[in-house]
Design a protein. Sequence first.
Length: 329
Amino acid sequence: MRKIVLVVLAAALVWSAYWFVGAAALDRALNAGLDELRAAGWNIEAASRETRGFPNRFDTTFDALEVASPGGTRVSLPLFQILALSYKPNQVIAVFPHEMIVENASGDARVTSETARGSMTFRTAASLPLDHSSFVIDALAVESAGRSFAIDQLRFATRIPPGAPDASHQNIGIAVTNLSLADTLTERLGASGLGPVDALRLDATLHFERPIDRHAPEDPPALRQIEVHDLSLDWGTIALDGAGLLDVGPDGILSGALDLSLESWQRAIEMAVEAGLVPEEQSRMITQGLSFLGSGGESALDLPLRFADGQIHLGPIPLGPAPRLDMGG
C-alpha cells in the first residue's frame, strides 16, 4: 500500500510540474506571438490576461481585448478565451463574447450572438500548420448605421483536403440558415412574399501561395485559386446552384467561370425590379434576352458567370467590374 501511495504522489507531482511548465511555456508563446503581430502592424491590447485550468486544461482569458488590424479594422471584445486540454495543446477552442463592436472605414457595427465558438487543430510542426477547424455561431445579429441583418445559425469549417501536400490547400464549408435581410431591403421586397433566405451553402477548395500556419495573421499568404464545388441558395421558390474554377491574379482580380443554374429565374428578375436593383423598363428586355440565351427549361436558367479582363459577364451580357479580393485587414 505504501508503494502505491508513493507512486500516486510521484505521478501527481510530475503532472503538476508538467502543468506549470506548460502554462509558463504557453505564456511565453502568447507573448512571442503577440509581439510578432505588433511588429507586423497589429495593435493588440487587453486589460488583463490569465491562464487557469489546473490540472487538465490551459484556459487563457483576455479581459477587455482590443484588436486593430493593419488595414484599420478594430474589434472590441469584453471577454475572449482560448481553451486547450493540457494533454492536447495542438487543439484549441476559441470562445467569443455575446457582444462585440467592429469599427472600420464603413462605420461601426454591433455584433451579438447567443453562442460563438470555434475549434482549431494544428499539425505538430514548428510552424503549426492548420489541419482543420470548425466555427459555429448561433443567433447572429449585426446592426450598423440603421441597417441590420440576422442569421439563425452560421457554420464554417476548414480542412486540408485528402491528398493535398500541405496546409496551402484548404477545403472550406460554409452553411447559413435563415438569413434575415436588412430592413430596407426587406421593405423593398415586401410585395414579393419572400421571407428570410432559407439556406446558403458553399463548398470550395482554396489554394494559397503558402501554407496557412502561425505566420498567416502577420503575413497573410495570397489566394491564388478557388475551386467552387458547390454554391447553393434556397430562397422560397428561388434556387441557385453553381460550380466552377476561379483564378486570383496578383492584383486580386478574379478570372474564370462559374456554371450557374437558377430555378424560378423569371421570379428572381421580378424581385430585383421590386427591390429597385433593375429598372422596370429594362426587365422585359432582360427576360427576353435570357429566355433566348439560356437553357434548362421554362423555369430553370443555365448560364455561365464569366470573369475576364476585369469584368463580369452572365453569358454574353456584361454585368460590370469584377470584384477585387483584398487579403488585408
